[in-house]
Write a protein that binds this ligand. Structure first.
Ligand code: ADP
Ligand code: MG
Length: 693
């Protein structure tokens, strides 16, 4: 086997490949374009396109595709061959600059939320040279943005890039006002990805898994996660072979896959990459999800990225580790030993605290989806209430600062509070609180509410923008002071922020009922469902902030809100239809068959003068819930046929009408399952899925 540094990134058109395939002067221009997010000069486009094509064809590629991330959240691609006819029977391989820079997929079926009238259905894709092209399965993938003809974003990536600019601008301005010189900041993200692996043959026997990604029925298995024996356990050979292939594939594609381990639930695993810039982390996470799914089939597995495939065991999330650093690679969320650096750290920390408190609704909605609603607040994932965990020491320091008191360190070393003597903050001062949705983990924040299938651009877009907003407010205020007065004023700004926003800080058990009550008292929002959360997208304060930082226009926000509300409704509706179908076509017939068998036994025994109390009891235990299921099913079928008028009403209908009824049907059906012999039950059960995989 080749060693990793010989092939890492070999399928990526990165600096090494560019250097080999491009004339030196153009190579340097390309690096400049990528590093500074500049536009590609038209006159070099043909040369770059040609070099890219030659490189890709040397890797066996025959096609290229503009790869983009529409509002469906899944990446989209349409493949074109590298050929141009030169006569009736001849072609040459060809790829021009204009084909690289701009594509026009017939994209009329992607959701636009009304941003694009059908008569001008074609959106266009524009190359994003800040993310590397790559070759996969004989195709050159060109990362692109997807817009309508008036330039409105129809995708997830464009707002992310705009938010990077917004945070860059705001942070550079504030830092320079405070006397720190940096020309640019880089936002870094490391998304930890959880997933389930189950046997492909079993998967194919369950319509619910195939269509919706989760089990809509299933009595609990005989063993769940009570023994905590799966977490970090030995990885068996078949899974090990799978993970090895996943790593190889990802490394070839330049993804820094680093850590793989078993997670809490049976058949659950995690893959963590080394962090990279947020733009590339976003694309790489899309690639990772694709590779996880694709490679699974080579090993007879199916990889489930759904947030809650199985009831009763943990679901899957994605921890979004987020930080930003200066152009000299100083991590701005790294508390230093030098008090001078600490004031910078504390200022940024204060801005984040203020942003998270003021825009709780946005952070909540950035992770909202039908799948994730099953996790949040379900004693395995953070609650649907946003709060920040800082660890004991940092909390104590902030309290001291807020009250203008001196801070007494654990070691009893007293530290005067003042500019020249802000306390040193030790790096490992944070312990881990798994129950917090937004936790400071030493040198980064870990946003833990993301669902496993989520495209990470939305939460990062929102995080970047709210922090940009707060840093801008700080900068606006500081500008009124002479440079030598600024440090002192910064301290009072931090104090004021802490006084006004400390309600968002919480270090206790986020899964507990007491916290929900306490959070309510503090006035923190609890937006339980996606239907509750999404309409906040267009709250006036949120509209104003996004427009101010040019991240989303009002039209784009309205469109997004509608697309996501509609999507939520459609996901739930499909689940409801799948449930009804499985009941009518599979489950009810099987139950009737077993009931008939029991009835025959009872009758036969009766004819011989023998009582059958046991059989009668089982028959009763099946038949009683069965009658409810049958009634509920009719109601569900009626509900499925009703279509509320607006997107908002549809989402609320899904949350208030469809889902609770489906939950009731499931509970009843699961209790029937427990009384039916395995041979009669028409589906692989939880024991099969979780232990035969
Ligand atoms: P764990 O949470 O399992 O203890 P780590 O703290 O080492 O693991 O890191 C978790 C994730 O955070 C990894 O993907 C890592 O690359 C990422 N990470 C570490 N430092 C940063 C940073 N400065 N910015 C963004 N992500 C980071
Ligand atoms: Mg983590």
């Amino acid at each position: 086997m080749k060693i990793v540094d010989e092939f890492f990134g070999c399928d990526v058109f990165g600096p090494a490949a560019m250097q080999r395939y491009l004339p030196h002067a153009i190579y340097k221009q390309m690096i400049d374009v990528m590093e500074h997010g500049k536009e590609l000069p038209k006159e070099i486009a043909d040369t770059v396109a040609n070099a890219m094509k030659d490189w890709a064809m040397d890797k066996g590629a025959t096609h290229y595709t503009h790869w983009f991330q529409p509002m469906t959240g899944i990446t989209a691609e349409k493949h074109d061959a590298f050929i141009n006819p030169t006569g009736p029977n001849s072609v040459i391989s060809d790829f021009r600059g204009k084909e690289l820079i701009k594509g026009e997929p017939d994209a009329s079926s992607f959701p636009s939320g009304g941003l694009r009238a059908t008569f001008e259905a074609r959106g266009y894709t524009a190359w994003d040279p800040t993310s590397f092209a790559f070759v996969k399965e004989k195709t050159l993938y060109i990362p692109t943005l997807f817009c309508s003809y008036d330039g409105s974003s129809l995708d997830k990536k464009t707002p992310l890039l705009r938010s990077i600019d917004a945070l860059d601008k705001a942070a550079v301005r504030l830092l320079n006002l405070m006397g720190y010189h940096t020309k640019k900041i880089t936002i870094t993200v490391g998304p930890e990805q959880e997933y389930f692996l189950i046997d492909e043959n079993l998967f194919k026997q369950r319509l619910d898994l195939m269509v919706t990604g989760r089990t809509l029925f299933g009595a609990p298995p005989v063993k769940g996660q009570e023994l905590d024996d799966h977490y970090f356990g030995n990885i068996d050979e078949r899974v090990k072979a799978y993970m090895e292939e996943v790593d190889q594939e990802l490394w070839k594609l330049g993804v820094f896959a680093k850590t793989e381990h078993k997670e809490v639930a049976p058949c659950q695993f995690e893959l963590a990459p080394v962090f990279s810039s947020v733009n590339s982390a976003n694309d790489q996470n899309q690639i990772t999800m694709d590779v996880l799914k694709r490679v699974a089939r080579h090993h007879g597995f199916v990889c489930l990225l759904h947030e809650k495939p199985f009831e009763g065991v943990n679901g899957s999330g994605k921890h979004n580790n987020w930080s930003f650093s200066t152009d000299s690679h100083e991590n701005l969320l790294e508390p230093g030993d030098d008090p001078k650096d600490n004031i910078r750290f504390l200022t940024i920390l204060a801005a984040i605290i203020k942003g998270v408190d003021e825009y709780q609704d946005l952070l909540r909605l950035s992770v909202a989806s039908a799948g994730n609603d099953h996790r949040l607040g379900a004693n395995e994932a953070p609650p649907a209430i946003i709060s920040i965990y800082l660890g004991d020491e940092l909390t104590a320091i902030l309290e001291a600062i807020e009250q203008g008191k001196e801070y007494v360190e654990n070691t009893n070393r007293k530290l005067e509070l003042g500019v020249s003597a802000l306390p040193p903050i030790s790096k490992d001062s944070t312990d881990r609180n798994r129950t917090s949705p937004f936790a400071f983990t030493g040198n980064k924040f870990e946003f833990r509410m993301l669902g496993s299938s989520l495209n990470i651009s939305c939460p990062n877009t929102i995080l970047n923008t709210i922090v940009a907003e707060e840093l801008t407010q700080f900068a606006d205020e500081l500008e009124n002071y002479a440079p030598e007065q600024r440090t002192e004023h910064v301290i009072s700004m931090i104090q004021k922020t802490l006084k006004e926003h400390k309600r968002i800080l919480f270090s206790g058990n986020g899964y507990s009922e007491e916290w929900r009550q306490e959070a309510k008292k503090r006035g923190l929002q609890e937006l339980k469902t996606t239907a509750d959360a999404l309409p906040h997208y267009t709250d006036p304060k949120n509209l104003a902030m996004f427009e101010k930082h040019k991240v989303y226009s009002a039209n784009e926000l309205h469109a997004r809100e509608n697309i996501l509300l509609e999507n939520y409704y459609q996901v739930v509706l499909i689940e409801a239809r799948t449930m009804a179908y499985m009941l009518r076509k599979q489950i009810l017939p099987a139950v009737f068959e077993y009931e008939a068998k029991l009835a025959t036994i009872i009758q036969t025994k009766k004819a011989s003068g023998i009582n059958s109390p046991l059989e009668e009891k089982i028959l009763f235990n099946i038949n009683e819930p069965l009658e409810f299921v049958s009634n509920h099913l009719e109601t569900l079928e009626n509900l499925i046929d009703k279509v509320p008028a607006s997107e908002k009403e549809k989402a609320q209908y899904a949350a208030d009408e469809l889902l609770p009824l489906m939950e009731a049907i499931r509970t009843l059906t699961d209790s029937i399952e427990q009384n039916i012999p395995k041979d009669f039950w028409p589906l692989p059960d939880y024991n099969d899925l979780l232990f035969k995989s």
